[in-house]
Design a protein around this ligand. Structure first.
Ligand code: ADP
Length: 357
């Protein structure tokens, strides 16, 4: 059963100037000018000329983590709790705040906490351990190999696809049932410690892998919540005694840096890594283009990243993309390419479909 189509929601977030930029760019304005109230961003081409772009949301460098979560991720989390698949992705040049936005840890009530922690807090608060099961896998996609961040010896995990339903799963990955929100923080810390991160000239904490947090939610409802209005039968009547089981999943994807290989200044294995990053991000871009053009063929088979996203991006899923940019006018090229990626994604329409068992 289909509800109204929903476009991929696309936001852009500007990182504050860092210590190096405060000195090096002191005499220059930022490479972009934000108009958050109009949800617009102006990319400065030179001192006189700029190009204006419209987004679903434009976050200035003063935007709080809480606000970013509430606008970008909370609607997706709520939809996952209602039985839809959902994805939140961060795309941008290394050092622009993808990991800060998604993966930043922190104690409860800490204002800095990122989207992963806040999403799990909401999911655990809304589910009931007697009826519902929440399980987590944490993976990284490194050089076209899926590694288990909760059990690093598990490498090259295959992707399974149900030929009938098209559902994507990772039968070889560790799947841990969450007891409470605190146990999730421990898992995230274990995963982070295992994540392959290598330094580049652009950022000493840069990451060459895509990190994927997969949250599976299995819910058993004994009566229909209002949001399940689409599940009534033809006469609109429902059997209120039969429990309804909903299975859905949330993917939170911290994509590897989108910068061009020639700027990373890397050699040897690093160049290899950069090629794989380009391959998967190009494949993601092609899928976004195909979805935006309503093409009958969406080329999800070109990379592991797009295969993993197959049932969570486009189709029945609700998706938010946060593109992150830095303020420095020296990175105008990367900023422009991130903005253009976001603009293409704004055209993608998803069909909401209830997954019922
Ligand atoms: P990426 O994941 O895109 O490589 P990071 O998330 O590691 O970038 O961010 C690079 C640096 O900038 C980190 O030190 C991070 O704490 C800081 N940073 C990023 N975004 C923000 C922000 N909105 N506010 C404050 N600091 C930020």
């Amino acid at each position: 059963m289909f509800a109204d189509p929903a476009r991929v929601r696309v936001a852009v977030r500007l990182r504050p100037r860092n210590a190096e930029e405060l000195v090096a760019d002191a005499d220059f304005p930022d490479g972009v000018e934000l108009q958050p109230e109009l949800k617009r961003l102006k990319l400065r081409k030179n001192n006189w000329d700029s190009e204006t772009y419209q987004f679903d949301e434009v976050f200035p460098d003063t935007a709080s983590q809480k606000r970013v979560y509430e606008v970008v991720a909370k609607p997706v989390v709520e939809s996952v709790l209602d039985g839809y698949n959902g994805t939140v992705m961060a795309y941008g040049q290394t050092g622009t705040g993808k990991t800060y936005t998604l993966g930043k840890l922190g104690e409860e009530d800490c204002a800095d906490r990122g989207i992963m922690v806040r999403a799990l807090e909401d999911i655990m608060a809304d589910t009931n351990p007697e009826n519902d099961t929440v399980c987590v896998s944490y993976l990284q996609l490194y050089m076209e190999s899926i590694q288990d961040l909760l059990a690093p010896e598990r490498d090259n995990i295959p992707i399974a696809e149900d030929p009938k339903t098209g559902d994507v799963s990772l039968p070889g990955a560790t799947l841990i049932q969450l007891k409470n929100y605190k146990s999730f923080i421990g898992l995230l810390q274990t995963g982070e410690a295992n994540r392959v991160a290598a330094n580049t000239k652009l950022n000493t904490e840069s990451s060459r892998s895509h990190a994927v947090l997969l949250v599976s939610v299995l819910r058993c409802f004994h009566s229909f919540p209002f949001s399940f209005r689409f599940s009534s039968n033809e006469n609109g009547s429902r059997n209120s005694r039969a429990p309804v089981i909903r299975r859905s999943k949330l993917l939170i994807v911290d994509l590897a840096g989108s910068e061009r290989v020639d700027k990373s200044g890397s050699e040897g294995i690093t160049l290899e890594e950069a090629k794989f990053i380009n391959l998967s991000l190009t494949a993601l871009g092609k899928c976004i283009n195909a979805l935006a053009e309503n093409s009958p063929h969406v080329p999800t088979r070109d990379s592991k990243l797009t295969r993993l996203l197959r049932d969570s991006f486009g189709g029945s899923a609700r998706t938010s993309l946060i593109t992150t940019i830095g303020p420095s006018p020296r990175h105008r090229g990367e900023t422009a390419s991130t903005i253009l990626f976001g603009q293409r994604a704004m055209k993608v329409e998803n069909m909401l479909k209830l997954k019922e068992e």
